[in-house]
Each structure stands twice: as structure tokens, then as C-alpha cells.
Ligand binder design. Structure first.
Ligand code: FUB
Length: 345
């Protein structure tokens, strides 16, 4: 994960050109998963800190320890930080690296889904429950059975089914699960076990959730992302293939699977007819932001659609100190999403 060169950036000018400003500035927040629950906006972000971990290719510098939930009464109102919602010390199975979370609401209960590394150094996905959308959340003592890798996103379909989408390459370890069991073979390089350029890309994973939302109802399967000819995207197609940051939204009866391309820094999307796909690649939602990572969610609020995303402009380019922002996105008459440029030229 080479650091992007930021020496040439004039951050005062960049902030003037930014299409939106950080929702909060008193803490660093990233990986926003936004939901509209009971007429109010709730944002479930990572809580970035500088834990003093050296920058490395596996993302060890993303050493987050807890979650804070943010809420907004409307798209124009101030975002409120609702304080500590869950700390890694309260999660029996998790040791470190509380990465990008998501949340779901069912029958008056709120569920926080989060990835973390266990004491064996392997990322898994946990769940914690609360009566309030802002927590505090009570974690289950064990990770979700059969879960692995990072970046859970839980989608509620109109028929009341819930599905989790997840996975992330490099530090997110998805490439180590190619055979269905964790491959702990050295070297601990981010690109070891990644398919060759002319092989089919690693696809994100998904599983239907059990009715109580605490476990998977089925074995995780691939989320197929196809090109315009119906062929799976290839590993060498780095400007389009999945890397991390899965999200699903439904618009006019179609399922939109969106994600980050990681080392090429785009948020892209693909459209399908069922929650299982296949999804056909359609284009970019967001051009690269300042900072290495890009991660988003898409949420409908009062008939409009919003992209929640992050960049590292507030920290003047520090990769692991990011800030959540939001901006409206448009689906055109053909259902295609207009690409956003995060800074005007
Ligand atoms: O925040 C840590 C990791 O960075 C997330 O899990 C990835 O999606 C990337 O944003």
C-alpha cells in the first residue's frame, strides 16, 4: 500500500474546491455506513485514531479501537456525535483493528456489524445489539460463524430479508480464503495469494442473514461482477475489479452493488436483478479522494439519494485520519449514476 504523494497539495485551496466539508471535525471518522431509521439519519463510521502504529502494506496503522455513531435530524442539520457505542475491550473474541462497520434495524432492535482481528490475527465479523440506534451495543461473545475478512454491509430487502455483503483484499485478507480455509502461509505480503492478472478477480462475498440477524442463514458465496460481455472481471482489471467497501442499495427495482477499487482509488458500481446478482459493471460513482482509501455508503433520504464518503483533507493527507462527508448523487433516467468529482477544478 504505497502512500500517495501529497507534497504538492495546497490543502487550503483543496478545501475551497471540495464539494462538501467534514460532517464532524472534533474526531476523525471514516467508512461511513448511513441509514435512515425512523425519520432520522444515522451514520456508522470507523473512528480513526493515531495509535502510533507504523504505516505498512497490511494497514496496521488503521488501529481503531471503538465506534461512535453520528446522527443528523435532516441533511442540512449538524451531525451529532453520540459518544462511545462499542469498544474493542468489550468484545471477547476481538483483539484489535475495529474497521468499517454497518448497522441494521429490525423489530425495534439495532444491530451493529463490525470486522476486527481476533487473537489469532484473523479478521472476522462480529455483531452487537442495542435498543437504541446510537448504542451502547452489547456484543455477542463470538464472531458470526463462517464469517471472515472485513467491511460488512447489511442490506434489508423489501420482502424483509437481510443480506450481508463483505470482503476486502490485501490487509482485509480475502485472498487468504480462496480455498475456503484461511491460508496463513508466509510471506505476510498484501499481494501474496492474489490471482494473476489474467485470472478471474476475487469477488466479494455475501450471505443471507438468519431471521435474528445474529448468524448467517447460508454459506457465504461469491458476488459475481461481470463486464459488458457477461464475463467475470479479471484480477488485472484493477480500475474495475472489487477491492473492498461493499454496499448494496435498491433503486427502481434494480440492485446496485457498489465498492472501492482500492489501489486505483475509485468507487464503482454494478447493477443486478436479484440480491445475489450477477451484477454488471456500469461505471464510477466517485473519483479518487485525498488519502489512500475510499469507502462509501448510499442512502435515500426524503426522495433524494446521498453518497456518504470520506477523505483525508482535514488531516492534510494523513492516510489513517479521515473525515466523513456527504453529497447528493443522481440516478439518471436510465438508472445510471452520475460520477461525482470530490473537488471542483
Ligand atoms: O478503515 C479501515 C479500512 O480502510 C476499511 O475497512 C477499508 O474499507 C478502508 O477504508
Amino acid at each position: 500500500m504505497p502512500e500517495k504523494n501529497i507534497d504538492h497539495i495546497d490543502f487550503d485551496k483543496l478545501n475551497e474546491k471540495a464539494i462538501s466539508q467534514p460532517l464532524v471535525k472534533h474526531i476523525y471518522t471514516a467508512d461511513p455506513s448511513a441509514h435512515y431509521f425512523n425519520g432520522k439519519i444515522y451514520i456508522y463510521p470507523s473512528h480513526d485514531i493515531d495509535a502510533g502504529e507504523a504505516f505498512d502494506d497490511l494497514g496496521s496503522h488503521f488501529a481503531m479501537e471503538d465506534y461512535h455513531v453520528m446522527s443528523m435530524d435532516s441533511v442540512d442539520s449538524k451531525a451529532v456525535d453520540n459518544g462511545l457505542a462499542l469498544h474493542v475491550n468489550d468484545v471477547a473474541w476481538a483483539e484489535r483493528q475495529m474497521w468499517a462497520p454497518d448497522a441494521a434495524h429490525k423489530d425495534g432492535k439495532y444491530y451493529l456489524f463490525f470486522p476486527a482481528k481476533g487473537y489469532d490475527g484473523i479478521f472476522r465479523i462480529g455483531v452487537a445489539v442495542s435498543d437504541s440506534p446510537v448504542g451502547p451495543f452489547k456484543p455477542n461473545p463470538e464472531a458470526i460463524k463462517g464469517s471472515f475478512s472485513i467491511d460488512p454491509a447489511v442490506f434489508e430487502d423489501e420482502d424483509g430479508s437481510y443480506y450481508m455483503y463483505f470482503g476486502g483484499l490485501w490487509g482485509g485478507q480475502l485472498q487468504r480464503w480462496r480455498t475456503g480455509i484461511f491460508n496463513g502461509e508466509e510471506p505476510e505480503s498484501p499481494t501474496a495469494h492474489i490471482p494473476d492478472d489474467d485470472e478471474v478477480a476475487l469477488m466479494p462475498k455475501m450471505a443471507k442473514m438468519r431471521a435474528d440477524l445474529l448468524e448467517f442463514a447460508e454459506e457465504p458465496k461469491d458476488v459475481p461482477i461481470l463486464d459488458e460481455n457477461g464475463n467475470p472481471l479479471l484480477a488485472g482489471d484493477t480500475q474495475r475489479r472489487f477491492f473492498e467497501a461493499a454496499w448494496l442499495h435498491k433503486h427502481n427495482g434494480k440492485y446496485y452493488f457498489s465498492y472501492s477499487t482500492g489501489d486505483t482509488h475509485f468507487i464503482c458500481y454494478a447493477i443486478g436483478d436479484t440480491p445475489y446478482g450477477p451484477f454488471t459493471y456500469k461505471g464510477r460513482i466517485l473519483e479518487p479522494v485525498v488519502g489512500w482509501t475510499t469507502h462509501h455508503s448510499i442512502c435515500q433520504i426524503d426522495q433524494k439519494w446521498y453518497l456518504f464518503y470520506h477523505d483525508s483533507s482535514l488531516s492534510e493527507g494523513v492516510t489513517h485520519l479521515r473525515s466523513v462527508k456527504m453529497h447528493e448523487i443522481i440516478h439518471d433516467e436510465n438508472g445510471l449514476i452520475k460520477t461525482l468529482k470530490p473537488y471542483t477544478s
